[in-house]
Design a protein around this ligand. Structure first.
Ligand code: UDP
Length: 328
């Protein structure tokens, strides 16, 4: 078995790469190293089953070259992180829209199945507790930049669906809810690595808005096997699955939890959304999945708690800080 992972040098992609190599598969990574990094693949860099292609999913030739001999495609490459989407909105929209068509076209030519990594963002402002795959989307104005990510990802899903209906391309959609863990960068806005880094540096933890917004954080090591199980199960094809945790926490509580777990003396500051993200930003008040469908289909059930996540991210960040200070 040989799998192509677009975005394989990214946070989730690199964990998926390691997991598939561990299962004895060959892995081809296609990554433009925009937000990903070869450093993420350091542990498997010399693995004989791994080949790395530096290129973009928007480049049909790069996709074609990476696809030789491949049996399955995990399409994870995307512009991610709220800061990225707001800083480079048009570029992100293009990456997230054009890449999927290039990949689906290639899948059609080579007749290989695709797992499309989608996102809980597509539900927008629907705050239903235990949101299911069939629930409606509630998104804001197309002129509010944040929603361009949700719109692009929703259209990606529609593309995958229509390539199935019209061309028989097999695909499965995984809607990921706040996936976190070691290697996730705080640079693009993700809250857990940002809070851990702030706590370790003794800086104030920046809670955006009231801090009452609710999220559920799922460990990347729980998410990755679910992606592989969905790809392996033909009965999953042609539909979408929520993948995430249902352990709820407010962002203000998360800040307190991180301070306690790291033993930090940091304080907490509240930063207005406008200051954090610019004018007109709209956040989601609550995002809590029902993952019953994935549980029934592939037995998905996260094993790791939020405390496990915070501890793993803290351990990794401490190690990085130690090696950075040893290098000075
Ligand atoms: N957030 C925060 N402080 C930060 C970064 C993020 O309070 O330094 C908030 C953000 O506004 C959102 C939540 O944490 O309400 C989760 O943000 P993230 O970007 O990790 O994921 P999202 O759920 O927004 O995709």
């Amino acid at each position: 078995m040989r799998s192509l992972i677009t975005g394989g040098a990214g946070f989730i992609g690199s964990h998926l790469t390691e997991h598939l190599l561990g299962l004895g598969q060959e892995v081809v990574v296609l990554d433009d190293l925009s937000t990903g990094s070869e450093h993420n693949l350091a542990a498997v860099a010399d693995h004989p089953g791994l080949s790395f292609h530096h290129g973009s999913v928007n480049d049909p030739e790069a996709v074609e070259a990476a696809l030789q001999g491949v049996d399955a495609i995990y399409h994870l490459a995307a512009a991610v992180g709220v800061f990225t989407i707001l800083d480079k909105t048009l570029h992100s929209l293009r990456t997230n829209l054009l890449g999927v068509e290039t990949v689906l076209e290639a899948a059609r030519r080579h007749q290989v199945p695709v797992l499309l990594a989608s996102t809980s963002e597509i539900y927008g402002k629907n705050t239903t507790e235990g949101i299911t795959e069939d629930d409606d989307r509630i998104v804001g104005s197309p002129l509010v930049n944040r929603w361009s990510y949700a719109e692009a990802k929703a259209l990606d899903e529609t593309y995958a669906h229509l390539y199935g209906v019209e061309y028989g391309v097999r695909s499965v959609i995984a809607r990921l809810f706040n996936t976190v863990g070691p290697r996730q960068s705080g640079r693009y806005g993700m809250v857990v690595p940002r809070f851990v880094e702030q706590a370790l540096a003794g800086e104030p933890l920046t809670v955006f808005g009231s801090g009452e917004q609710i999220r559920c954080f799922c460990h990347v090591l729980d998410v990755v096997p679910a992606l592989v199980a969905l790809m392996a199960d033909e009965s999953a094809y042609g539909t979408a699955y929520n993948i995430g945790s249902n352990e709820q926490i407010s962002i203000a509580e998360l800040a307190e939890r991180v301070i306690k777990a790291t033993g930090s003396t940091s304080s907490v500051v509240h930063v207005p959304y406008q200051e954090a993200y610019g004018p007109g930003f709209e956040d989601m008040e609550r995002r809590v999945p029902d993952c019953g469908k994935a549980e029934r289909t592939v037995g998905f059930r996260p094993q790791r708690t939020l405390d496990d996540i915070i501890n793993d991210v803290t351990a990794e960040r401490r190690l990085r800080r130690d090696s950075a200070s040893a290098a000075v």
